[in-house]
Design a protein around this ligand. Structure first.
Ligand SMILES: Cc1ncc(COP(=O)(O)O)c(C=O)c1O
Length: 363
């Protein structure tokens, strides 16, 4: 072992050496349907208007550390109930990390469902927390008895519930979530990263229940490059998080761009509506392919199961045809043979369907 390697082995904490960094697939020259991004950029006239606003920013000055005016705009845009405030993060990933730093740690338990968003487990691990996974049923619904049993036995300090869930796409029933919240002594985070594509949001729960906070992001509605996550909840919680948030975590360009985007909210809304319609069309088309099992989705992606042991082959063939999906077939026992496709424009969805049919035919 060379000297540098020896030093790293000696100094870096063991559990981090054993982790694998979050992997992002290389999408060069591919139709990118792997990461739940929106396919729509802003039209040229909007880009010009936006650039004109950015020109007025003084980059020699630090940004507003508390994002005061932007927070008000966000609360209004999302119709947040009175008594609810919002904390902003560099993507919701940063807010998940802050929540873990606040509440998790050694001798603390974090729990979520499985399969669900991978960052919960990754961040729980590097905050030295015990991480408990409660398996979903084979239909990806909540096993309520098992969940209540786990809560009672382990009294988790922090529970993450992604709704709609990633990577399965379904929304858990509201009554099940309120039952869980009632049973939990710990803090429950309802992660609504995909709420724009769902029929309902549970944002009002953070008023009704003192142990609920709700996460949103702009990443899935056309602003993934911006990195803007939002945590809604009672000020009492947000004040504690503010003590460990790094100052100036939201740059001036991000604050100004977010404000601009919210003022052009009809644009966001129209793109989301188009994607919801495309999701229904894509889902119908996939359901017509008899060898696939297609799972219902309230998000901007669709999970589907391919014939036994064929997912990796199909994934590779799609990639060779220029289409990049997420291969989940080896990520979790319940996701065996599963692939996930992000809903895109009518043209890109059609290109995917054509390539998929060819891949299934073995062409
Ligand atoms: C359920 C869920 N929460 C949070 C995130 C992170 O989003 P952001 O881009 O805001 O960090 C994702 C991203 O895929 C997600 O699926």
């Amino acid at each position: 072992m060379n000297l540098l390697k020896q030093r790293i082995t000696k100094l870096v904490r063991g559990e981090i050496q054993n982790l694998t960094a979050y992997q992002v697939q290389d999408a060069t020259d591919l139709i990118k349907l792997d990461a739940m991004e929106s396919p729509f950029d802003w039209p040229g006239n909007l880009q010009q208007e936006w650039l004109a606003e950015l020109q007025t920013i003084s980059l020699n000055r630090y940004p507003d550390p508390e994002c005061r005016s932007l927070r008000d705009e966000i609360l209004a845009y999302f119709n947040a109930p009175t008594d609810v405030d919002v904390l902003l993060g560099n993507g919701s990933d940063e807010l998940i990390s802050l929540l873990m730093q606040l509440v998790a740690g050694p001798q603390r338990t974090v729990c979520s469902f499985s399969p669900s968003f991978v960052m919960y487990q990754l961040i729980a691990c590097y905050t030295h927390s015990q991480y408990l996974e409660i398996p979903l049923t084979p239909q990806f619904t909540i096993d309520l008895n098992a969940t209540l049993d786990t809560i009672q036995r382990h009294q988790p300090e922090l529970i993450f519930i992604a709704r709609p869930n990633n990577p399965t796409g379904n929304c858990f029933a509201t009554e099940e979530i309120t039952t869980i919240v009632d049973a939990a002594d710990g803090l429950v985070i309802i992660d609504e990263a995909y709420h724009a594509f769902a029929d309902s949001s549970l944002l009002p729960l953070c008023v009704e229940y003192p142990n609920v906070l709700v996460l949103h992001t702009l990443s899935k509605v056309g602003l993934a490059g911006l990195r803007l996550g939002m945590l809604f909840g009672r000020n009492e919680w947000l004040n504690e998080l503010n003590k460990i948030r790094l100052p100036y975590n939201i740059g001036s360009l991000t604050q100004a761009t977010t404000s601009f985007a919210l003022r052009k909210g009809t644009q966001i809304h129209a793109q989301v509506e188009t994607l919801k319609q495309e999701r229904e069309k894509l889902s119908i088309a996939l359901n017509k392919i008899s060898c696939l099992t297609v799972y219902p989705s309230e998000a901007n992606f669709i999970l589907f199961r391919t014939p036994t042991e064929s997912a990796s082959d199909i994934f590779t063939r799609l990639k060779a045809s220029g289409i990049l999906l997420k291969n989940l077939s080896h990520s979790h026992p319940l996701l065996k043979d599963c692939l996930r496709v992000t809903v895109s424009t009518a043209e890109q969805n059609q290109a995917f369907l054509t390539a998929l049919k060819q891949a299934l035919d073995g062409n």
